[in-house]
Design a protein around this ligand. Structure first.
Ligand SMILES: [Zn+2]
Length: 258
């Protein structure tokens, strides 16, 4: 089987099979259990890609129950070493507006349990000083520029446990060190680095978190998400052209100094 090069992790409805040529479904099993769903594998601009619905295609898996280890291992098993994680996030800062695209460069992990492939026996401590792949980040930023889509080229992603949203006090605290807030991006980034895979986050802001005291209706959030997804689809289609064939980033040697 020809190796898949590039993987996309995203929410339901973000990608349809029309984005991929010669699409087929691939079921992958891993030593950590089953990934969230089957992988949709096919060609995009001549490069082999795979898509995975993070919450399952029916959006049935809540953030705290996602089997992140199985998802990342599944991608690794089909050959993927570049990942783009599409995440809907809340905003912690006034100038990260609903509808904005963010390519974060840092994160703060506020999850209760840290996710790692190195629990027992073979203890390793990978560096995450620069937690996201510079090549994937640059490819995403260049693609937004090519398409004339404004994006924040930096931002700190605060990752919380979920599925509940923050209290007002928590949200005000997170504002001191974060720009955007979500529930899924960080286990994926950590596990990818532990597998020496490249990962970048393509985040879309759906609303202001509760600190702003700007209540929005579910209909408004749905409208913003729909518009965001259209932008994300455009970016996904183009970004594969901007990812270099050879990897020249720190990710591929992450375990050498761990
Ligand atoms: Zn990399």
């Amino acid at each position: 089987m020809e190796k898949v090069e590039i993987g996309f992790i995203g929410g339901t409805g973000l990608y349809d099979s029309s984005m991929i040529d010669n699409v087929s479904e691939m079921e992958v099993d891993t030593e950590y259990g089953s990934p969230s769903d089957v992988f949709n594998v096919g060609l995009m601009n001549g490069r082999k890609v795979a898509f995975l619905a993070r919450h399952g295609r029916g959006h049935t898996i809540p953030p705290h129950e996602i089997n992140f280890k199985a998802n990342i291992t599944g991608f690794a098993k089909i050959g993927v070493n570049r990942l783009i994680a599409c995440c809907a996030v809340g905003s912690l800062k006034e100038d990260y507006k609903p509808g904005d695209i963010v390519i974060p460069d840092q994160f703060v992990d506020w999850k209760k349990n840290s996710t790692t492939f190195y629990n027992t026996g073979n203890v390793r401590h990978v560096s995450l000083a620069d937690p996201f792949c510079s090549e994937i980040r640059n490819a995403l930023i260049a693609t937004c520029k090519d398409l004339g889509i404004a994006c924040h080229t930096k931002g700190t992603y605060v990752c919380v446990e979920g599925p509940r949203f923050s209290t007002r006090a928590e949200s005000l605290m997170f504002r001191n060190f974060g720009d955007i807030i979500g529930m899924t991006g960080i286990p994926e980034a950590v596990l990818a680095r532990e597998k020496e895979m490249c990962l970048g986050i393509l985040a879309t802001v759906t609303d202001y978190d509760v600190w702003a005291d700007k209540p929005v209706t579910f209909d408004e959030i749905k409208k913003t998400m729909k518009e965001n997804n259209e932008k994300v689809k455009k970016i996904i289609k183009q970004v594969v052209n901007n990812i270099p064939n050879e990897r020249n980033c720190i990710c591929k040697d992450a375990l050498k100094s761990a």
